[in-house]
Ligand binder design. Sequence first.
Ligand SMILES: [Zn+2]
Length: 386
Amino acid sequence: MCLKHKMFSKETTVREANTRLSERLSSFAFAADSGFKKEVTRRVLEYFERTGLSPKGDREMRIKTVTLLAWFAASYGSLVFVDMNSWQRLPLCGSLALAMAGIAFCVQHDGNHGAYSRHPFINRLSGLTLDILGGSSYIWRWKHNVAHHSYTHLHGSDSDIDVPFGRLSAAQPLHYLHRFQQFYLWIVYAFFVAYWHFFEDFKQLAQARIANIRMPRPRGWLLAQLIGGKLCFFAWAFVIPCLSHPWWGVLAFYGATSALLSFILILVFQLAHSVEEAELPPLAFHVRQVPRPWAVHQVEATVDFGRTNRVLSWCVGGLNFQIEHHLFPRICHVHYPRIAKIVEQTCAEFRVRYSVHDSCLDAIKSHCRWLRRMGKPQPTSSIAVG
Ligand SMILES: [Zn+2]
């Protein structure tokens, strides 16, 4: 068996192991595969064999990583150590937030999926950049790789749709306040990163679960990484700046940086899943049965956007190609624009709904319409039974 065959087999094995484990715990089941997953995988595999490219990132990713880390260091160093007034520091908060978003989308995401490199140690190292940014990579792998990627947009298992004061799925209970969510949820979005830094990781660690999926508590080296990462983050974000600046100024600049970072991170997620075109079929959640195969669900619960915008693709780590990412999370994002045509063509042949928003703006408009719809009672035919 050639290396690439092994890579894909390993991908399938890891996903199946995750799925088996979390299915035991959440008992969501998908319909049997119709042959779509096998065929799209065969075609993508054939593309890599034909071109001789590695499915991992290699040199292109190394250059991107160095660029983003240098951008982060320059923004942080200027913000904290260069003498200037508050107004001059404000654009540096923006620059720092953009650099952090770039590292989160491009470096840690691929690393924690095992997509960055063929060497596990390099994947682990790039995954640890999330700990430096203040989020636990251990918890993220459970929350994202297992819960989100296995049960995309399924209420009860995918914690990414559990936004405080928000209703992003028809399966979630409707409250009076939700009818205004298209207005106030943008303010809630701005606190996403601060909530993650100060509360969510600790809550999920204490509960040892992500939504209804049990998460083993980290021990030994994994626990040391989690604690070390949190200490490192609080040191660079608060302790070091407080040595030369008033604490209220440090808090204000943390607030500005984390608010912008929150908007960027959550928007990229919402534009891929919480839009009209990603609507789920009516589901009987009480029997936890999804009436379509897993791979078809991944495609139809996800929407690509702004695919021709190369700057956007570079900045968001190919996450505007989320359909390709959900089918092939262990392929490095630099390849998504090239394999998108193969995936789209295969979807057309298998009559799998493949949705794209031409621009970011179109996707934002669709997200606004989705928020408005989810804030109102649903017609009986589209209600997911809870
Ligand atoms: Zn992912």
